[in-house]
Write a protein that binds this ligand. Structure first.
Ligand code: UGA
Length: 428
């Protein structure tokens, strides 16, 4: 154990905290730094600020090897291998905001010969620019592919580990490969620009798959097909694959919307118009709004109607509200004059901050009480086990739009609901 390489992590958001805790679990001494002193204090007390399965347990279990600090000198003294995990949110122009990455660079003294391992998602070309600016630094691009809600298990069981380094930084790349070796997963050794592109291209492709199946869903509605059957039949072709073919009310989160727009913008900055991604983004925006028409089909005008949203987080098993489809949907419903009530099993706090004038209720049943319609926005597992027949009786009008095709249409109809899915045969 004693000879395990010390690891430094900069930024303890989702990626940083998972990276730090998982490396500690693998036996490395880890120092994790964040400029937010209150977050550092909370973590020292063992309080994990995000909802992520298995993460609090890992932080507690590895407390001896996992040190949190707000002091960059402490970080730099403790570790040579520094994983940069700060966020790169979109700017108004759609480019990635690199100000936090720049702030990390500023903490490195000139002449620092640390290894900077970039896990933050940055535009292709960023690594080359940093390398020019800080010639003594070794630079490795090692993009992260974890998904919120299963981040710990994704980290521990990677499909692949991408390690990008340019000539002169091979030893640094070897050191990164060493710390990932116990996890298995195919190692892709490549140059920095290609590693940067792999990350953006992977997220953009997954988002493209979702927008594609959402368009197939919309056409399926017109021709009487069921998109869940279409996706099943398509996905069994191993060239296509079955994952990320779930039609719904659009993708959200802190990654897909940002990265698709960043890649489109990156291409645009070089003079190339990435037409496909323009469509992917537009389809996603329209998809969130299609629910309105489905409700109007049964209710007529939504003015004065009460609509209950079930689930608010951008996906289950997280309390993350960033770019959640619920945000657009709630605002559109309010724009039509509807009263919006909602329930989410864990995202109530973040939802309260993100949503305007939405009445948050403590349970699904209380959200549905007296409602004219319900929209299932996030497929939380507990929604599968609700007593739907009992709930139908509590609503003013038992209409359910299943925005994730999560429930069994026949079971809901048997329970007394008018059921509308996405891309599934509907009732007139
Ligand atoms: C995504 C990628 O899946 C990760 O590989 C990547 O590391 C991460 O972004 C990142 O760049 O950090 P994440 O945003 O956590 O992960 O969540 P996903 O599970 O990919 O879901 C994104 C959105 O797509 C959710 O709103 C989800 O509801 C939606 N989705 C997903 C669909 O609408 N249909 C699907 O078939 C799959």
């Amino acid at each position: 154990m004693a000879d395990k390489q010390a690891i430094g992590v900069v930024g303890v958001g989702w990626v940083g905290l998972v990276t730090a805790s998982c490396f500690a679990e693998l036996g490395h001494p880890v120092v994790a730094m964040d400029i937010d002193a209150s977050k550092v204090e909370a973590l020292r007390r063992g309080e994990v600020p995000i909802h992520e399965p298995d993460l609090p347990e890992l932080v507690t279990k590895n407390a001896e090897r996992l040190r949190f600090t707000a002091d960059s000198d402490e970080l730099l003294a403790a570790a040579d291998l520094l994983f940069c995990c700060v966020d790169t949110p979109p700017t108004v122009s759609g480019d990635a905001d690199l100000s936090r990455v720049r702030a990390v660079l500023e903490t490195l003294p000139s002449g620092s010969d640390h290894v900077l391992v970039m896990k933050s998602t940055v535009p292709a070309g960023t690594g080359a620019a940093i390398r020019r600016e800080k010639p003594a630094l070794a630079y490795v691009s090692c993009p992260e592919f974890l998904k919120e809600g299963s981040a710990v298990s994704d980290f521990m069981n990677p499909d692949r580990v991408v390690i990008g380094a340019d000539p002169g930084d091979e030893a640094a790349a070897d050191a990164v490969e060493d710390v990932y070796r116990p996890l298995g997963g195919e190692v892709v050794r490549t140059d920095v620009a290609s590693a940067e592109m792999i990350k953006l291209a992977a997220n953009a492709f997954l988002a493209t798959k979702i927008s594609f199946i959402n368009e197939i869903a919309n056409v399926s509605e017109e021709v009487g097909a069921d998109v869940t059957e279409v996706a099943r039949g398509m996905g069994l072709d191993e060239r296509i694959g079955s994952s990320f073919l779930r039609a719904g009310i659009g993708y959200g989160g802190s990654c897909f919307p940002k990265d698709v727009s960043a890649l489109k913008q990156l291409a645009g900055n070089t003079g190339y118009h990435f037409q496909l991604l323009t469509a992917v983004i537009e389809v996603n925006e329209l998809q969130k709004r299609r629910v309105i028409k489905k409700l109007e089909k049964h209710l007529g005008s939504l003015a004065g109607k009460r609509v209950a949203l079930l689930g608010l987080a951008f996906k289950p098993d997280t309390d993350d509200m960033r770019e959640a489809s619920s945000l657009v949907l709630a605002a559109r419903l309010q724009g039509e004059g509807a009263e919006v009530v909602a329930y989410d099993p864990v995202a109530e706090g973040p939802a309260r901050e993100a949503l305007n004038a939405v009445d948050l209720r403590p349970s699904a049943a209380e959200a549905l009480d007296g409602a004219d319609a319900a929209v299932l926005v996030t497929e939380w597992p507990e929604f599968a086990d609700l007593d739907w027949a009992g709930l139908a009786g509590r609503m003013a009008n038992p209409l359910l739009v299943d925005g994730r095709n999560f429930l069994d249409p026949q079971a809901l109809r048997d329970a007394g609901f008018v059921y509308e899915g996405i891309g599934r045969p509907s009732e007139d």
